[in-house]
Design a protein around this ligand. Structure first.
Ligand SMILES: NC(=O)c1ccc[n+]([C@@H]2O[C@H](COP(=O)([O-])OP(=O)(O)OC[C@H]3O[C@@H](n4cnc5c(N)ncnc54)[C@H](OP(=O)(O)O)[C@@H]3O)[C@@H](O)[C@H]2O)c1
Length: 278
């Protein structure tokens, strides 16, 4: 099975490395293209069997699955470039949340999936969010989920939930890292602990907490009950968090959804301008 990656930036590169490391894809089955070719060449430098091509059309023409790993507003340009060589049997995988399945199905004849990955896949963990278009067959779904399960836990979601699910699984690692950074900096300012030690403790704690909430079978409420005994120190801390976080998450969800809606509007205009029959 030949797989193409168009766009080998941060996420495209991460996916290629993760699939190779997991053994799910062999180097000789991967074909890559990127706007600045040097980035693609760097990947091939580490994995000499990976084929770098100079045009997106060449990458698309010879592959059964084509991962589009460019930013949302670059989608219309890339799709109009490759649409004439795409066939009904090929599978296009968009890894970006705002580009809608319907937009892709109107632009190209191929089978469409949207799979939103996460940086956590570089350590073979985290959920990949899977949304399938109307042309996807059961065997395509199986193929994609087999591939994604080599580096993640694939979860099928509704397209209407893409933004909120991506907030948690794809943006979440950055949000949690930000909280850890702030916590460690404040700890270093207020106590004798080093920032690096605080971060290291926090990272181990996050790993363990994630395991408790997944393989440990604890719910967030149970976990808190087990740690925060009434009248204890943890309960004091939770009371402070409860107060401070009151409208933080509603503001965060408003902000990410607003940006998403702005991208949707821009994409609608761009797809209209790019595709005659759109
Ligand atoms: N980063 C994450 O954690 C994450 C998580 C989930 C989903 N995503 C999605 O992944 C997508 C890519 O994000 P990213 O973080 O990987 O961005 P990025 O690092 O900027 O990568 C985008 C890549 O696309 C290339 N590109 C742009 N136009 C192209 C074209 N016409 N033909 C071929 N290549 C082209 C760029 O090439 P140049 O080198 O020339 O700039 C760049 O290497 C976004 O849609 C994002 O929403 C990212």
């Amino acid at each position: 099975m030949k797989v193409a990656f168009i766009g080998t930036g941060s996420m495209g590169g991460l996916l290629i490395e993760a699939f190779l490391r997991s053994g799910a894809l062999h180097q000789s089955f991967i074909c890559i293209s990127n706007r600045s070719q040097q980035k693609a060449e760097q990947i091939a430098g580490r994995h000499p069997g990976v084929r770098v091509v100079t045009s997106n059309v060449d990458a698309a023409r010879e592959s059964q699955i084509i991962f589009l790993c460019v930013k949302p507003l670059d989608f219309p340009g890339v799709l109009s470039e490759i649409k004439d060589v795409l066939t009904e049997g090929q599978i296009i995988v968009s890894i970006t949340s705002p580009v809608q399945i319907e937009m892709l199905e109107r632009a190209v004849p191929s089978r469409i999936a949207k799979i939103v990955p996460s940086i956590t896949h570089s350590v073979q963990s985290g959920a990949s969010l899977c949304i399938y278009g109307s042309r996807i067959q059961p065997e395509d779904r199986l193929l994609l989920e087999q591939l994604m399960s080599s580096i993640s836990t694939p979860l099928m979601i509704k397209e209407s939930q893409t933004r909120i699910a991506s907030d948690i699984s794809s943006c979440g690692p950055a949000f949690i890292a930000f909280i850890l950074q702030r916590w460690a900096e404040t700890a270093a300012e207020m106590t004798s602990i080093d920032r690096a030690d605080a971060i290291s403790l926090g990272a181990q704690m996050l790993l363990g907490t994630g395991k408790l909430l997944t393989e440990g079978g604890l719910s967030p409420e149970e976990l808190q009950r087990r740690v925060a005994v009434p009248g204890g120190i943890t309960a004091e801390g939770i009371a402070i968090l409860d107060l401070g976080l009151q409208d933080v998450f509603s503001k965060l969800i408003d902000a990410t959804h607003q940006k998403y809606n702005e991208d949707l509007d821009k994409l609608d205009i761009l797809f209209n301008e790019t595709f005659d029959d759109y």
